[in-house]
Design a protein around this ligand. Structure first.
Ligand code: FNR
Length: 218
């Protein structure tokens, strides 16, 4: 089980990067191999249809696409901006949605957020589900929003509050187990397996594009 983990923040000292690093460690304890990335590795311009038509995905988006495709699932920590999805993440989702097969399709996703506010970014996570699910990602029902995040981490990078620590551990264990179970059913699984005959039907159900999404590349 391979996971790609990143925080959708470009800021050094990002609270979401701290949170996703913690989540990556917990997923490793559950047996997952985790590729922990820095979102700055995937620098890309704002989506531009002319640029897309002329040159396709820019290098940063292609790098992210390759890293997503190498994984069965993702851990994404996304800041809430103005009650909604982080612009940098939405832009990356949009660029990758132009590739075929859609890289998000059939991949399990666990969403997290850290914010100095008392809400922890949960409103942004509800918005973040929408484009990911629209692109065929299997977003885990539970999401982890960390409020008062500036005070939430100890010197060791762990969460100070034992209740929050335990909830994150328990949810990640559940996510890793479900992602493992789903991966052989989806196109993300490499090689044949007992579930291979089910894949065409599932992949048809998780459309690579809907009539609302224009034809992409590949
Ligand atoms: C924010 N922040 C914020 N927080 C929140 O809980 N709800 C919100 O709606 C917003 N909106 C918002 C808009 C903009 C433009 C900025 C710059 C910030 C605060 C945000 O959660 C905080 O800056 C986090 O620290 C950002 O995440 P990283 O960069 O620390 O990972």
């Amino acid at each position: 089980m391979k996971l790609l983990a990143f925080a959708a923040s470009l800021r050094s000292g990002s609270l979401n990067q701290k949170l996703v690093a913690l989540a990556a460690g917990l997923a490793r304890e559950e047996g997952a191999q985790v590729d922990l990335a820095d979102f700055r590795e995937f620098a890309m311009p704002i989506y531009d249809g002319d640029e897309d038509a002329a040159n396709g995905l820019p290098p940063g988006a292609l790098d992210l696409k390759r890293r997503v495709e190498a994984a069965d699932g993702l851990l994404i920590a996304a800041p809430e901006y103005n009650y909604s999805v982080s612009g940098a993440l939405k832009n990356a989702i949009d660029w990758l949605s132009r590739a075929r097969p859609m890289p998000w399709r059939g991949r399990s996703v666990y969403l997290l957020s850290a914010s100095p506010s008392p809400m922890g970014g949960i409103r942004g996570l509800w918005q973040t589900r929408i484009p990911l699910e629209g692109c065929g990602a299997l977003v885990f029902p539970d999401m982890f929003a960390l409020p008062h995040a500036k005070e939430a981490f100890g010197e060791d990078g762990q969460l100070r509050d034992p209740g929050q620590r335990e909830r994150l551990r328990r949810e990640l264990a559940g996510f890793v187990r479900l992602a493992e179970a789903v991966a052989p059913l989806c196109a993300t699984a490499r090689g044949p397996g007992p579930a291979a005959p089910l894949r065409p039907q599932l992949m048809t159900a998780l459309e690579s594009e809907t009539e609302l999404q224009p034809p992409g590349h590949g």
